[in-house]
Design a protein around this ligand. Structure first.
Ligand code: NAD
Length: 328
């Protein structure tokens, strides 16, 4: 659902690498575009829906899961309607733009007896999972400090991303969310303290309604401190470093669609060593969709269920108590 940039350039092509999922219907507000995409992917014209006819999906037994790839503020409405149509939902991040919406999405899917998974692709990506294993198994002793950043120079034509009503916020819920979620994923803990600073460049039209840069610090029950930054006005920087007692795990890039790389620095026998595990090069979207398909087939709870994502929304809302005026 939603034939924008992510759906056309990443998700639809990823079906080609998926073992358990295939596209059988489309939903879009642009009938011409949808017709071309349907032809390209072999989807029947009778399985193409508009936002108005979306609810008719209930009569299409071929559709088991709806993957919602719309602007953030629309995730809520189309999850509720999708659940009422009797379908499982895979929803893009961020889950919604308010905690109340998240609660209603969870309740609607529970009521319908359907699964609700949030598309945190990084948690299905092999190198990130290897990093998680090393942290959880204390391969380099106890983790003490984490640094994460996810920054990009957001294009001026990304209209809805600059509107608070459609995006919910700026760099934090869009890209900073990766820092928040990946820290929780690595540690398996929930933060007990959050503090944040926000700055938006005065006079930049992109940041009239939403924040540009956020620096936030999370403290966890084990004592780990994670320092995170998200930015909407700088060159790409998408990396992290996990600092443990006897080693450091670095991912750079950590959050891109492909080309992820890991380096581990430690000193076995006193000799400074750098190891670079090879990247299995799997498509993150295919892995994520296959996981959802397996959860449906085997009636399992997804690894990234709505309940975990709900915590994320609560946390980013908490850390974004925004001053009235931005700028110096
Ligand atoms: P996009 O702007 O390229 O596409 C959005 C689509 O929604 C377009 O087809 C547009 O026509 C449609 N739409 C319907 N109602 C709209 C409205 N009122 N205003 C604007 N567009 C409307 O956006 P995108 O980059 O594809 O992002 C879509 C979703 O995917 C967002 O929730 C975003 O956070 C998420 N996303 C996730 C990742 C990831 O790596 N998981 C990457 C990019 C985007």
């Amino acid at each position: 659902m939603g034939l924008g940039r992510l759906a056309l350039t990443e998700i639809l092509p990823a079906f080609g690498k998926s073992k358990h999922a295939r596209p059988v219907a489309l939903v879009s507000g642009d009938a011409d575009k949808m017709s071309k995409v349907a032809q390209q992917y072999g989807i029947k014209a009778s399985s193409c829906y508009s936002y108005q006819t979306y609810d008719n999906l209930k009569n299409n037994p071929e559709v088991e899961v709806i993957y919602i790839v719309l602007p953030n503020a629309l995730h809520h409405e189309y999850t509720l309607r999708g659940a009422r149509a009797g379908k499982h939902i895979l929803c893009e991040k961020p889950m919604a733009t308010s905690v109340k919406e998240c609660e209603e999405m969870i309740a609607a899917c529970q009521k319908a007896g359907k699964k609700l998974m949030i598309a945190y692709r990084i948690q299905y990506e092999p190198l990130n999972r290897m990093a998680q294993k090393a942290v959880r198994e204390k391969t380099y002793g106890t983790t003490k400090l984490i640094q994460m950043m996810n920054c990009q120079n957001e294009a001026h034509d990304q209209q809805w991303r600059h509107k608070k009503a459609l995006a919910g916020g700026g760099s934090l819920p869009d890209v900073g969310l990766y820092c928040l979620n990946t820290t929780r994923f690595l540690l398996g803990e929930e933060p007990t303290e959050v503090s944040a600073q926000i700055y938006s460049t005065p006079g930049d039209d992109r940041f009239k309604e939403i924040e540009e840069n956020v620096s936030f610090t999370l403290r966890f029950p084990s004592g780990v401190i994670s320092q995170c930054i998200s930015g909407y006005g700088t060159f790409n920087a998408k990396s992290y470093a996990v600092h443990a007692e006897t080693g450091t795990i670095k991912m750079d890039p950590a959050f891109s669609y492909n080309g992820l790389a890991q380096e581990r620095e430690h000193a076995p026998g006193g000799k400074q060593t750098t190891e670079k595990p090879s990247n299995p090069g799997k498509d993150q979207f295919a892995l994520e969709m296959d996981h959802m398909a397996e959860c449906v087939r085997q009636n399992k709870t997804p690894y990234t269920p709505a309940k975990k994502a709900f915590r994320t929304s609560a946390l980013w809302k908490l850390s974004i108590s925004r001053p009235k005026k931005t700028g110096p």
